[in-house]
Design a binder for this molecule. Structure first.
Ligand code: ATP
Ligand code: MG
Length: 362
């Protein structure tokens, strides 16, 4: 599902997935031959601190310039992009409508009644809808999912893209993009995820998203404000370093010798605690699920060396680091060695890039 897509035109076969996140602009372009995908282009361009805050772009110019650098570095000619807005900025609602309505009539009726469903004026939101299927309660009806996003949030992103000469062809929701990327992780799940309950943690810079899959279907999601930015802040404070140097040190090494014991160890304890707590929330909210068969760690924090072993030891759960591109070919231009260092943080970008192959509605 890609919401808000119809507002801006249909899908396209040439599309880059662009994740504008709090620490970086991340770009992935995929190609498909038969059933096999390959990575054609990729780039991660770090952003200065606080130009994307709480998922809002506060400085479109800096972001636009970072996108332009990412495009240049990736060496792609594709100018159509799929981007995402944060789930918290989108209101979704499922309503029931008569199955006999044509799409255009459905749209009219939704617009006329929208104020019943969403707490904003229609002038301030982009509204999209999608028929999910026949209503289970009454076969004469269909369930329709509405999505509304404040125009301002979309406009910020579109403005940043325009600075880099890109067109937003698909606007998705982050959590859906994450779900859309999950098939790329089946290969590392026990029994390929079939009949298993798998918890995927995307631990980014400012946010941690939990997505639980059961038998490959999403059954639970939750976001919490926790991420690698806390570790960056700890490093800045402990060693009196700049944001950029602390960020580079974490990824590339070269921090003082006592970093692991004095700074990193505390962060890993916190991270494990956050995972454990999120799982407890899941068990109490979804009482039909009593256990988790495996954990998959994603987001930049999954690249902390040894994090999978540390989490597995403490939580006694089989744990691996997300490898969405493990089964893909990687073009030389997409710098395979570097891609491997960023792989786990690219799930949302990959989920967006996969939109290129969605069936386009007639
Ligand atoms: N090798 C590494 N070791 C330690 N930390 C790393 C490593 N690689 C990336 N990180 C950290 O991961 C975080 C970035 O992860 P990611 O790219 O998933 O975040 P984001 O998507 O920008 O954030 P959010 O989703 O919260 O907006 C940063 O804090 C970064 O320093
Ligand atoms: Mg992220």
């Amino acid at each position: 599902m890609s919401f808000l897509q119809s507002l801006l035109g249909g899908g396209s076969n040439e599309l880059i997935g662009l994740d504008i996140s709090s620490s970086a602009v991340k770009l992935i372009e995929l190609a498909r031959r038969g059933e096999r995908y390959s990575v054609e282009a990729y780039a991660v361009e770090p952003l200065p601190a606080n130009v994307v805050n709480e998922k809002q772009i506060t400085d479109p110019k800096s972001v636009g310039e970072a996108i332009a650098r990412a495009i240049a570095r990736a060496g792609t000619r594709t100018r159509n992009a799929a981007i995402a807005v944060a789930g918290a900025s989108v209101i979704t609602k499922t309503i029931t409508m008569s199955a006999s309505l044509k799409e255009a009539d459905m749209e009219e009726q939704i617009k006329a009644e929208a104020d019943q469903y969403i707490p904003y004026s229609l002038d301030d939101v982009n509204l999209d809808f999608q028929v999910i299927g026949v209503s289970p309660k009454n076969p004469a009806n269909v369930d329709v999912q509405l999505a509304a996003c404040r125009k301002e949030l979309i406009e910020q992103r579109v403005a940043a893209l325009e600075i880099a000469g890109l067109v937003a062809k698909v606007i998705d929701i982050e959590s859906y993009a994450l779900e859309n990327a999950c098939p790329l992780l089946y290969h590392q799940m026990p029994d390929l995820g079939r009949h298993k309950t798998i918890a995927l943690f995307d631990i980014g810079a400012s946010m941690t998203s939990l997505l639980v899959l059961h038998d490959r279907n999403p059954v639970y999601t939750r976001e919490q404000a926790f991420g690698g930015r806390q570790l960056t802040d700890d490093i800045m404070r402990f060693y009196n370093m700049s944001y950029a140097d602390a960020g580079r040190g974490k990824r590339m090494g070269g921090l003082p010798e006592n970093y692991e014991t004095e700074v990193l160890a505390g962060f890993i304890s916190d991270l494990t605690l956050q995972i454990d707590r999120a799982l407890q929330f899941f068990f109490s909210a979804a009482t039909q699920h009593r256990n988790i068969d495996a954990l998959v760690l994603a987001g930049g924090c999954a690249h902390i060396p040894g994090i999978d072993v540390a989490v597995q030891d403490r939580l006694k759960l089989q744990t691996s680091v997300a490898r969405p591109f493990a089964q893909m070919g990687v073009a030389a231009r997409a710098k395979p060695a570097q891609l491997a260092r960023d792989e786990a943080s690219l799930l949302i970008a990959a989920g967006l890039a996969l939109r290129a192959f969605d069936e386009v509605e007639a």
